[in-house]
Structure formats: structure tokens, C-alpha cells
Design a protein around this ligand. Structure first.
Ligand code: PEP
Ligand code: MG
Length: 531
């Protein structure tokens, strides 16, 4: 960071690396102003047509720049914006005396109702009409169009908040992202980290920074320098390149300075996240494959997605779908809940929806058979020994070789010994374990200190699990974000965990941290932290 930035904003750094570039803000849906008296209905009708044309052109341009399913979705949206019936309806309303924004609003509402009434797949497209309406209305009001920007040059994305689906859809032009809200272990932060994108969340004031301002983003410290000169921005980029090159040179399995092995595994959301580093996959978050789906993913498609990973990595732990709270899966059609983090999520979905877990386990077993790989499968959000036993029974009946559980709920950590009588391994999800131990929403920017995994209460729970694993002779790893923090990784090893699973970009720094300490030094750190 430069010595004297015009202004420095502070947020929570949620990934490694630095970047510098111009700010492009992601606009939210425009607020519809009060109706305006109309003096020239013809001009309003022309404004309606121009808005729909601009929306269609923008979507067509994006479709051309996108690939696969994303391109198809954008093309379909462009066609709806181009629909002559919709246009004629909106123009007629403008000629009848509504201003352009209200004419568009009314026409889209009418088409939305018509689609909803048809039911089925078409009713599900009704939400797309809202998105198009927001874009067209924003255009007539002279506001930036909502949704992910596509300015045609590299930029730092600034937003109030981002959904996991938005983050998954970020193009290669995004140098870094900074959000006004969000927490350090939210899934948006996790996706940013997995892409190696410098990211800062809970950065107060960032949405007030004008578009085009040059900013420097430090994903580790959370510092955002605002108003850089071109030379200062270039200096940041050079330092980032040098640091990435230094870390990229590190190789080999995870070991402490005295040779104690600690497997360094990868957290991935799809085969696209795989890198040649690491000793296998410790957490395959399968729900990331289906975040924006409106229909259940077909069996064959699931088999293909799992087989792609199983065929390419040396060992893989697949987590069954973990839907709920900040990872909504629309295709499940789960009702809204007053306390979603405490509601039907993770393995609990199996209580209310028949077949989803069974189909997934069958697809994983089929993928393992097709690739000749051994799939290790674990369930998220397990709470009781009864749940664990039922999951293990089902998974084994479907042909899953190694069955495990995530430890994310304090009740499960307290019963680790009993859980290990039912399954082959445990993996500690420190993100949720912190959320539930400290009763602090993992997405809440004001509660980040409560979510800090260094707290003795959390360390005690991790130690209990590691101890139970050592007694049973079964592996107990950590796959929450704490595992990828080079300052925390030695401490976790000192507590006795056997593997650390992290975003691929974190592996070199964690390897370096472990190689600098003996096992006894790691244990000393753990003892000190627990006290
Ligand atoms: C966790 O909770 O620590 C975890 C790894 O699962 P997720 O972050 O996907 O909820
Ligand atoms: Mg979790």
C-alpha cells in the first residue's frame, strides 16, 4: 500500500493477495420515483422502446462474452427484453399518459402475472422479468443497470453485498472485490478466496467511493487505499506478482520442521477449482455446482460432475448438499424460515425432502465406480449420534466406501467419541462451529470478533474431536477457513488434527508456516492459546 493514500478504508480481509484498479460499482434495483406529469406521451413511448433496446443489447453483449449455461441464460433474457408484445404494451401505456418508468413497471407486472398463472417452468421464469424490469427502469432514470457490471476493462468490483451466485459468475475482468456488508466466513468470501481474488468485506464507506476511482485492495489486512495515482497502483500490482511467484515456488507435502506429516488438502466447489498443488480434496462443496438452478440437477449430470473431480484428484472427500441460509438452493423449493441458520439446512433437508440425499449418494457411488476412485463422503450439519448412524447406514447401503461427518454443531463436537463409533472420519467446519458456539451469525459484519476461531472455547471443541480421533485411530481434519490461515494452521496441528483443507490459493503459505515449526512448538502454541 502507498504511504499516503488520499483515503484509507478498513474492512475485513478475507483472502490473500493485493490488487489495484478502478472502482466499478454494482448497482442495486432502482427505486421507482413518484409518477411524473407527462407533457409529451410520444417521447415517453420512445424512451420505453430505447430502454428495452438498451437492455437487450447489453444482455446480448454479455452473452457473447460468457460461455456455456451463463451464455444461454443471458441470450434467453435478451430475447425476452426484445419481445414485441412486451414492448407494444409498455409503449401503449406511455402513449396513454404514464411516464416511461411507470409504463415499463406496469407492462412488466402484467407479463409477470401472466407467466406466473401458467405455472411450472414458465412461472419460475417470472423472477427473470423482475430483473429485466429493474434494468429497463434504471436506464430510463439514467441510473446504472443493476446486476454484475461488464465495463469491458479490468476493475475492482464494489457492492453493498454479493450473493454466492453473483460471486460464482464473476468474470476474469474482476481484479478484486470489496463489499460494504458481509462476514469473513460467508460463502461469498469463501468463493472469492477459492478464486484467488483479493477480497475485503464489511468495508464501511466503500459504496460511497465514486466509480472510476483508483483503489488498492489488500485481501489479507482488509485495507482499501482510495484515490491512488497510476504509479501507486502499478507498484501494488508488482508486489502482488512478486509475492505470488515466491509462494508458487513452494512444493511438496505438508510437514512440520521435524517431519510430522499434516495433509494439505483443497476446498473446491467444482473441478475448475482443482490445482496441481495439495494432497487431495478435503472438501468438495457440491452445492456450489447448483447455486443458480431452478430445477433439480439430473442424476447423470451429477454423476458427470463428481466423476470429473474423482478422476482428477488423488483423494476426494465429497460433502453432500449443504443448502440453507447463505447458500440457498432454489431447486429444493424449501419454504422461508424465521431462523434459517437454525432451521432445515445441511443434512436436515433429508427430514423434509425425500430422495435428494439418496439420489446424490447414488450419483457419487456411480461416479466412483466409473472412475475407479474411492469416494469419501461426509454429511454437513450433523447434530446427534442418531443422525450420524442413519446417514452412515444410508451411505453404506448406496455403496459409499468411507463415510464421515462434518463437525459444525457444538453438540456433535461434545459427542465426537460416540460419533466416531458410527463413521470413518470427521472434518471440523470451523466456520459453522464458530457460528453456533458463539451464537454469532457468520455473515454479520459487526460480530467478526466473536467468530474468531482463536477463542479458547472453540479450540477446546476442536481438541476434543482430535483426541477422539487419536483414540479411535481415525482421521480428524479441519476444513473451515481457519485451516487456510497460516497463523492458525500450526495451532490446529498442535491440537492434534491430522489434515488441513483450504482454498487452493492458501496452500503455499500454510505449507511454509508448518515447515517453520516443530510439532512440539505447534503444541506449545495450542497450549498457550487454550489457556
Ligand atoms: C464450515 O462450516 O466450516 C464449512 C467448511 O462449511 P461451509 O463453510 O461450506 O458451511
Ligand atoms: Mg458449514
Amino acid at each position: 500500500m502507498p504511504d499516503t493514500p488520499t483515503q484509507a478504508l478498513a474492512g475485513l480481509g478475507v483472502s490473500q493477495g493485493r490488487a489495484a484498479g478502478p472502482v466499478v460499482r454494482m448497482a442495486g434495483p432502482p427505486a421507482l420515483p413518484a409518477p411524473r406529469p407527462v407533457t409529451d406521451p410520444g417521447a415517453e413511448a420512445a424512451a420505453v422502446g430505447a430502454a428495452l433496446e438498451a437492455v437487450a443489447a447489453d444482455l446480448t453483449r454479455r452473452a457473447a462474452a460468457a460461455e456455456g449455461e451463463a451464455a444461454e441464460i443471458l441470450e434467453a433474457l435478451a430475447m425476452i427484453a426484445d419481445d414485441p408484445t412486451l414492448r407494444e404494451d409498455a409503449e401503449a401505456r406511455a402513449r396513454d399518459g404514464l411516464d416511461a418508468a411507470h409504463a415499463l413497471d406496469a407492462a412488466f407486472a402484467q407479463h409477470r402475472d401472466a407467466l406466473s398463472a401458467l405455472g411450472g417452468y414458465l412461472a419460475e421464469r417470472a423472477a427473470d422479468l423482475d430483473d429485466l424490469k429493474h434494468r429497463a427502469v434504471a436506464f430510463t432514470l439514467g441510473l446504472p443497470m443493476p446486476g454484475l457490471p461488464a465495463p469491458g476493462h479490468p476493475y475492482v468490483l464494489v457492492a453493498e453485498d454479493l450473493s454466492p451466485a453473483d460471486t460464482a459468475g464473476l468474470g476474469p475482468d474482476v481484479l478484486a472485490l470489496v463489499t460494504e456488508r458481509g462476514g469473513p466466513t460467508s460463502h461469498t468470501a469463501i468463493l472469492a478466496r477459492s478464486r484467488g481474488l483479493p477480497a475485503v468485506v464489511a468495508c464501511r464507506g466503500i459504496t460511497g467511493v465514486p466509480g472510476g476511482t483508483l483503489v488498492g485492495v489488500d485481501g489479507a489486512t482488509g485495507e482499501v487505499a482510495v484515490g491512488l495515482t497510476g504509479e501507486e497502483a502499478e507498484l501494488i500490482r508488482e508486489r502482488d506478482r512478486a509475492e505470488r511467484a515466491r509462494l508458487a515456488a513452494s512444493q511438496g507435502p505438508g510437514r512440520t520442521a521435524d517431519g510430522h506429516p499434516v495433509k494439505l488438502l483443497l476446498n473446491i466447489g467444482s473441478a475448475a477449482d482443482l490445482v496441481p498443488d495439495g494432497e487431495g480434496v478435503g472438501l468438495f462443496r457440491t452445492e456450489f455446482l447448483f447455486l443458480d438452478r431452478k430445477q433439480a440437477p439430473p442424476f447423470e449430470e451429477q454423476v458427470a460432475a463428481y466423476a470429473e473431480v474423482l478422476g482428477r484428484a488423488e483423494s476426494v472427500i465429497i460433502r453432500t448438499l449443504d443448502a440453507g441460509t447463505d447458500k440457498p438452493l432454489p431447486f429444493l423449493g424449501l419454504p422461508d424460515e424465521p431462523n434459517p441458520a437454525l432451521g432445515v439446512r445441511g443434512l436436515r433437508v433429508d427430514r423434509v425432502l425425500d430422495g435428494v440425499l439418496d439420489t446424490q449418494l447414488e450419483a457419487i457411488a456411480a461416479a466412483a465406480k466409473a472412475t475407479g476412485a474411492q469416494a469419501w463422503v461426509m454429511a454437513p450439519m450433523v447434530t446427534t449420534v442418531e443422525e450420524a448412524a442413519a446417514f452412515a447406514r444410508t451411505a453404506r447401503a448406496k455403496g459409499i466406501a468411507k463415510v464421515g461427518l462434518m463437525i459444525e454443531v457444538p453438540a456433535a463436537a461434545l459427542r465426537a467419541r460416540a460419533l466416531l463409533r458410527e463413521v470413518d472420519f470427521l472434518s471440523i467446519g470451523t466456520n459453522d462451529l464458530a457460528q453456533y458456539t458463539f451464537a454469532a451469525d457468520r455473515q454479520h459484519p459487526a460480530l467478526a470478533d466473536l467468530l474468531d476461531p482463536r477463542q479458547p472455547a472453540l479450540l477446546e471443541l476442536i481438541a476434543m474431536c482430535a483426541q477422539a480421533g487419536a483414540e479411535a485411530g481415525k482421521p480428524v481434519g479441519v476444513c473451515g477457513e481457519a485451516a487456510g490461515d497460516p497463523a492458525l494452521a500450526p495451532l490446529l496441528v498442535g491440537l492434534g488434527v491430522t489434515s488441513l483443507s483450504m482454498a487452493p490459493v492458501c496452500v503455499p503459505a500454510v505449507r511454509e508456516a508448518l515447515a517453520g515449526l516443530t510439532l512440539e512448538e505447534c503444541r506449545e502454541r495450542a497450549r498457550a492459546a487454550r489457556e
